[in-house]
Design a protein around this ligand. Sequence first.
Ligand SMILES: Cc1cc2nc3c(=O)[nH]c(=O)nc-3n(C[C@H](O)[C@H](O)[C@H](O)COP(=O)(O)O)c2cc1C
Length: 400
Amino acid sequence: MTLSGKRILLIISGGIAAYKSLDLIRRLRERGAEVRPVMTAGAQEFVTPLAVGALAADHVYTELFSREDEQDVGHIRLARDCDLICVAPATADLMAKMANGLAGDLATTVLLATNKPVLISPAMNPAMWAHPATRRNTETLKRDGIGFIGPMSGEMAESNEAGEGRMAEPLQIVAAIEALLDDAPKPLAGKKAIVTSGPTHEPIDPVRYIANRSSGKQGHAIAGALARLGAEVTLVSGPVTIPDPAGVNLIHVESAANMLDAVTSSLPADIAVFVAAVADWRVATASGNKIKKKEGEGPAPLELTENPDILKTIGHHENRPQLVVGFAAETADVVSNAQAKLARKGADFIVANDVSPETGIMGGDRNRVRIVSKDGVEDWPDLSKDETAARLAERIAGAF
Ligand SMILES: Cc1cc2nc3c(=O)[nH]c(=O)nc-3n(C[C@H](O)[C@H](O)[C@H](O)COP(=O)(O)O)c2cc1C
């Protein structure tokens, strides 16, 4: 419950992405936040106050000149009686009004009257986002101390349009809110950490590759947890479909060789956590052209060669981080394999897990790990991957 007891005033303005705000309310509430919604007139054209109020379990504020809500100058109370104001989606129109200090409706009046942190999540057509007026307004708002999450790049709701302008995903907004409201101690402040995550893709030819079922959920959660404890985190991620965690520097890579390059160029560091499921082998000579299926000739032979061992390389590197943690995904003899790995790879401890299909760990949301070090084996209970990450980050912080 990372947002337990936190009060978020959520302003929804009139963009097509307003439908995502319904999910955002759920994600905030499941982390313990109270969500008080304000909707512009435009927002009510896209989602109904009924749906917003039912999900938030609160009154939905829509009118500035409301006899009921303004008996005690309610707009000032709304502006102050919260820990943070989040505007999602933030339309070009609302951003323009904010940048110019306009206060013609409830949302803009609250935004002008507040003394709380404000985070906005812009969402608009790429042409609107790129327009010089929106560029100017964005600069003004940043100078005024308004926080931004996104916009992201990708496909638009409008057919055949793509580019920068998509609203950040609800979980990315939640992570940004968590980072802004986080007043926990920072035992890893001043420490640099490198985390690898996800699978690697080893090319066979320009369209085919060898991969594995790693989702990146555990590695991304660990990167986020270390950042929350104050570490400066570089996350080197293979191809994944999950959102980037907040507050980390991301390097996207494809293959094991790319991952090793990214890791070594991120040294020196104090901490390295190797969570990625790096392919052990790659195709010795990937074809420059798509390999054609030839009638009667059978499948093309694939000669495999060993990939660099990233954990072992860094575990014995002249610039070895003070603490090196490896992950061992096994389907048999989990502990003895991890113990052997510990010495061979130069790791301080190995986080071992059983990824047999029946455990549901690979790609799932939960994990059950054992921490194998020279001092013995710790059995951790079945936890969510976020809980496992938080506990591991605390253990890492305890090593300094
Ligand atoms: C179908 C439709 C989709 C729209 N989507 C967006 C959008 O994604 N982003 C945006 O900035 N404006 C969008 N607009 C324009 C805004 O709704 C319009 O500027 C409105 O005045 C915004 O009011 P508000 O900022 O007070 O909510 C859209 C309009 C329509 C009709």
